[in-house]
Design a protein around this ligand. Structure first.
Ligand code: AMP
Ligand code: MN
Ligand code: MN
Ligand code: MN
Length: 282
């Protein structure tokens, strides 16, 4: 159940609970050798993570998880081996982060209409690194204030469509996100496809469009997928000649589906996204 390659994780720069250096140390404790830090819409943790990776003997992969709106739905596209200094990428991410501030105000207004005041300041107080502001930060504040017992139950009653705190938002276009990643020399990976409520036909359309735009891989084994979904997306990756990726989607102690590096190997039929990476050989 353990993998020495984990290509999906979050630090305090986005909505994780561990600072980049602490995340890397925890990955090393769990036996991870190749780690991608993939904060939402922000690459601000990569330098600190790289320093820590040198100390702990980890190969750090520069990553990011970009929020995208496709067909009126939110998707996440991971960039691996990106160049964080590539201007179209850094500029694109900056524009998403800016729009998150506007959205946060809208979320706070929506909560205020439901009689819950003070959430904007409260959420920002949880975003300690000044990276992105996200629904996770609002969720932690709602738990702190006793509106729910834990973060998972927050998302049943708040912050989702039709509930207080939801605010419609337009993220990056799929084409732009893939271009920012590939233009920076990176590999675009469709994150956790099993989480999108698309139906079969739309999923096939998405995979074919993603590939057409230059997408290279699909997450097959990831924290939020069931074992049936490992098989389903292994087959789909093969059908669409996409590589397969793997990662915990770790957000910190008690916050995640699985611990960092704690998930099974890719199904045999997959070609791993790291099949030609020098850092993944030993
Ligand atoms: P945002 O990108 O601001 O919409 O925030 C999305 C983040 O909220 C995700 O990356 C997860 O970390 C978290 N999240 C979304 N849905 C849930 C859920 N049902 N339970 C726990 N965390 C969630
Ligand atoms: Mn998250
Ligand atoms: Mn995601
Ligand atoms: Mn993630």
């Amino acid at each position: 159940m353990t993998s020495h390659i984990d290509l999906h994780s979050h630090s305090t720069v986005s909505d994780g609970l561990l600072a980049p250096a602490d995340l890397v140390r925890h990955a090393a404790e769990n036996g991870v050798k190749v780690l991608a830090l993939t904060d939402h819409d922000d690459v601000g943790g990569l330098a600190e993570a790289y320093e820590a990776a040198q100390i702990h003997g980890i190969n750090l992969i520069n990553g990011v998880e970009i929020s995208v709106t496709w067909n009126r739905r939110t998707l996440h596209v991971i960039g691996l081996k990106i160049d964080p200094g590539h201007e179209p990428l850094s500029g694109g991410l900056k524009s998403i982060r800016d729009s998150r501030h506007v959205r946060a105000q809208g979320m706070a207004d929506s909560l205020a209409r439901a009689g819950i005041s003070g959430s904007l300041e409260g959420a920002y107080a949880h975003a300690t690194r000044g990276g992105i502001i996200s629904r996770s930060h609002f969720a932690r504040w709602l738990v702190e204030k006793g509106y729910a017992n834990d973060v998972r139950s927050v998302f049943k009653r708040y912050l989702v469509q039709g509930k207080p705190g939801y605010h419609e938002h337009k993220w990056a276009d799929l084409e732009d996100a893939v271009n920012w990643i590939t233009g920076s020399g990176g590999i675009a990976v469709l994150a956790h496809p099993g989480r999108y409520d698309l139906g079969r036909t739309n999923m096939l359309t998405l995979l074919s469009e993603f590939r057409e735009l230059g997408g290279k891989a699909v997450e097959v084994v990831t924290g939020s997928h069931t074992s049936a979904q490992y098989q389903e997306f292994a087959r789909l990756a093969r059908q669409f000649e996409l590589l397969a990726s793997t990662g915990s989607d770790y957000h910190g102690p008690g916050m995640s589906y699985t611990d960092i590096g704690m998930f099974p190997a890719l199904p045999e039929i997959c070609t791993p996204v790291w099949h030609d990476w020098a850092e993944a050989v030993n």
